[in-house]
Write a protein that binds this ligand. Sequence first.
Ligand SMILES: Nc1ncnc2c1ncn2[C@@H]1O[C@H](COP(=O)(O)OP(=O)(O)O)[C@@H](O)[C@H]1O
Ligand SMILES: [Mg+2]
Length: 235
Amino acid sequence: MSAVIEARDLHKYFGPIKALQGVTVEVPEGLTLILGPNGGGKSTFMKVALGLYKPTKGTVKLLGKDPWRHSEVRRSIGVAFDPGRFPKLTTGREWLEFIARTRGANPDDVEKAAGLFGIEDALDRRIEGYSSGMLKRLSLAQAFVGEPAVVFLDEPLANVDFESVAEIVQVIGKWKGKGRSFVIISHIWEPFEGLADYGVVISGGKVYLKGEFRDIADDVAGMFRPPEIKNGNPG
Ligand SMILES: Nc1ncnc2c1ncn2[C@@H]1O[C@H](COP(=O)(O)OP(=O)(O)O)[C@@H](O)[C@H]1O
Ligand SMILES: [Mg+2]
């Protein structure tokens, strides 16, 4: 496999909003964490890399191909968006079967993917009746249907309770062990520290920091550490 994503001088504007302003980065195989402040451009970067948005300027390759012109490259990729969006009146099973078909996967894989996140018993209920935790699990299951070679997860731990965090990280770790690659956007990065191979910090539409995760881990920890507040004497 070539690099998962190769971006060169990537720009994406939404009218006057400059969401990406010259991102150059090579995301390798393995597990890559994309970090950074809210509104920094992380989700936009993911969508441009997946060929869902056309770059304003610059180039991006997904598994060696231009994803805008070669959308078939997405067949080997699973995605969980944040927030996940679903047709409310369909059942979880119908939705996951739809995803399986778009990816050329066996519909039997649906049960397997649902089982990874413990929602197999809810599959025949309409999505409108799912709790927020179940919606998160459905969006994660969607990314794993058909065992894609690369899994993109946008904020997989957002609004997830403590026990579920451990469970989700464990599934990811197990799949990584089977040779799958991950691109994970997350505010909550500590649980992934032991799994991350590469890291990219995107802020203000630019790459603020990138590198092997072990080389940048200290800088990342520093960025997320709140300023020290002395007892009873802030600032
Ligand atoms: N579809 C869109 N239309 C207009 N503006 C957008 C769109 N998507 C993102 N933006 C804007 O682009 C900037 C980057 O957003 P985003 O990529 O979602 O950041 P992050 O995921 O890092 O929080 C923000 O200012 C956001 O409001
Ligand atoms: Mg985002």
